[in-house]
Ligand binder design. Structure first.
Ligand code: ACO
Length: 430
């Protein structure tokens, strides 16, 4: 793990108590103050609702500079990886910390294509879900169920094998959950196809017809997966680290991450963006009305796909996707009125003092839904595609945590504001 950490001291004054705290600076200059002993020494805890100012780990995986719109995976800019790499190589990079050699990449690719099958019994699980089941619910249940088939997941010697298993199988489970939702027979994975091509094939092929994966779909999916692959300590990744810190097995841990991602304020936003754009279209396309709603606190309406906890200037992933959305729609010959509404919304919001003042910019989810839609992927599958992309990031973060000596179970504190100790008066004596 490459780290350049400069240690210096910081002083904290609480009343008349002065405390020396260790301050640490990472490779890109961000500095932390270690308060792990604060309560022991002073009886005081820190309060940081939503953890916006709390560092929970040292990590060498992903760096974000939200003010400058910089995103690096293991030091490589996202723009460079999006242009030149592919999802399998990026997954290797995130999980193992360096770009693979040709031999390492071939082995990784081979492993990922030879662990794609799920136990035949697991197909029966899909039958138990109603047709209306959200594919994210199916995905998390299936991933958690994998622990029943791989009880060896607790053993550190098997960590790498189970990482491969999960990366290979999530694609199959995701595609099967889609086939379940449209009532079509499952299409089995093919070992001769690259990762993204195989996903497209399992979703769109039907047993009665020959199906050749369109290159434009394979490339579009690969780009989307790369852009979603990691984003440091966001809600789902922190969930993975938190659940993993209790030594829950890998499958249960990732299943929890999938559930966290599902929420509309996180990965579920890509589905919400399309639903919002459809709603605006049905309402006559009057996007300005919705900008006004978003500014009105009483309305409780948020412009989905806008705003980010970390990016306060632009989201580099959204910039890449904006260009890509035009390209993919052109190549597919699709003229989607929702793209027009999205562009108008973006233009109007970026000029509006409310959005400028609050530093609200389109995030990755603003354009990803338009591309998924053009690819023929149904709206309720968007967050599943996000989960597939985010998996290498979760795995890398989990592996890093497991390999860090002295990691403790995650356990925040609170300030209690309920009733003080009081007498219990029984109504009926037993
Ligand atoms: N539309 C209108 N107002 C907004 C929006 C929005 N999309 N986002 C934030 N604001 C306002 C808030 O109301 C708040 O106003 P206030 O200061 O007057 O109270 C201010 O901007 C700051 O917003 P917070 O919610 O405090 O910011 P936070 O960092 O907690 O939340 C979040 C970030 C969840 C992304 C938020 O911007 C949001 O809900 N966006 C819409 C959902 C979305 O697109 N989520 C996807 C995020 S990307 C991802 O997870 C992959």
């Amino acid at each position: 793990m490459e780290t350049k950490i400069l240690d210096k001291s910081a002083k904290l004054l609480i009343g008349d108590k002065e405390l020396d705290l260790l301050s640490t600076t990472g490779t890109e200059g961000e500095t932390s103050i270690d308060i792990t002993k604060l309560r022991d020494k002073t009886g005081v805890i820190t309060m940081d609702s939503g953890y916006g100012n709390t560092g929970s780990c040292f990590s060498a995986i992903t760096f974000i500079d939200g003010e400058k719109g910089i995103l690096l995976y293991r030091g490589y800019p996202i723009e460079v990886l999006a242009e030149n790499s592919n999802f399998v190589e990026v997954s290797y990079l995130l999980i193992y910390g360096h770009l693979p050699s040709k031999k390492e990449l071939e082995k990784f690719q081979y492993d990922l294509t030879h662990h794609t099958l799920i136990h035949e019994d697991m197909k029966k699980f899909f039958e138990g879900f109603p047709p209306s089941a959200h594919p994210m619910g199916i995905l998390s249940a299936m991933v958690s169920s994998l622990s029943a088939y791989y009880p060896d997941a607790y053993n550190p010697e098997n960590y790498d094998l189970n990482i491969i298993r999960l990366l290979a199988k999530l694609k199959t489970i995701a595609a099967f959950s889609y086939k379940k939702s449209v009532g079509q027979p499952f299409i089995y994975p093919r070992n001769d196809l690259r990762f993204s091509a195989d996903m497209i094939h399992m979703m769109f092929a039907v047993p009665s017809e020959e199906y050749e994966v369109p290159k434009v779909l394979e490339d579009a999916l690969d780009l989307l997966l790369i852009l979603h692959a990691d984003h440091e300590q966001n809600c789902s990744t922190s969930t993975v680290r938190m659940v993993g810190s209790s030594n829950a097995n890998l499958f249960a841990t990732i299943s929890a991450g999938i559930c966290a991602l599902w929420g509309p304020l996180h990965g579920g936003a890509n589905q919400e963006v399309i639903e919002m754009l459809e709603h605006i279209k049905k309402d006559g396309g009057n996007y300005k009305k919705y900008i006004n709603f978003a500014k009105d606190k009483e309305s409780n309406f948020k412009l989905m796909g806008f705003g980010h906890r970390v990016y306060k200037n632009f989201d580099p992933r959204a910039q890449i996707l904006k260009g890509s959305a035009d390209k993919v729609l052109n190549l597919l010959g699709i003229n989607d009125p929702l793209l027009e509404i999205a562009k108008n919304l973006e233009e109007a919001a970026l000029k509006d003092p409310y959005f400028i003042e609050k530093k609200l910019y389109p995030n990755v989810d603003f354009y990803s839904g338009i591309i998924y839609r053009a690819m023929g992927i149904p709206t309720n599958m968007f967050t599943v595609m996000f989960a597939l992309g985010r998996l290498p990031g979760w795995l890398a973060q989990w592996k890093e945590m497991k390999e860090t000596p002295g990691i403790r179970i995650s356990r925040p504190r609170q300030i209690y504001t309920g009733a003080a100790k009081r007498e219990y008066t029984p109504i009926n004596k037993r």
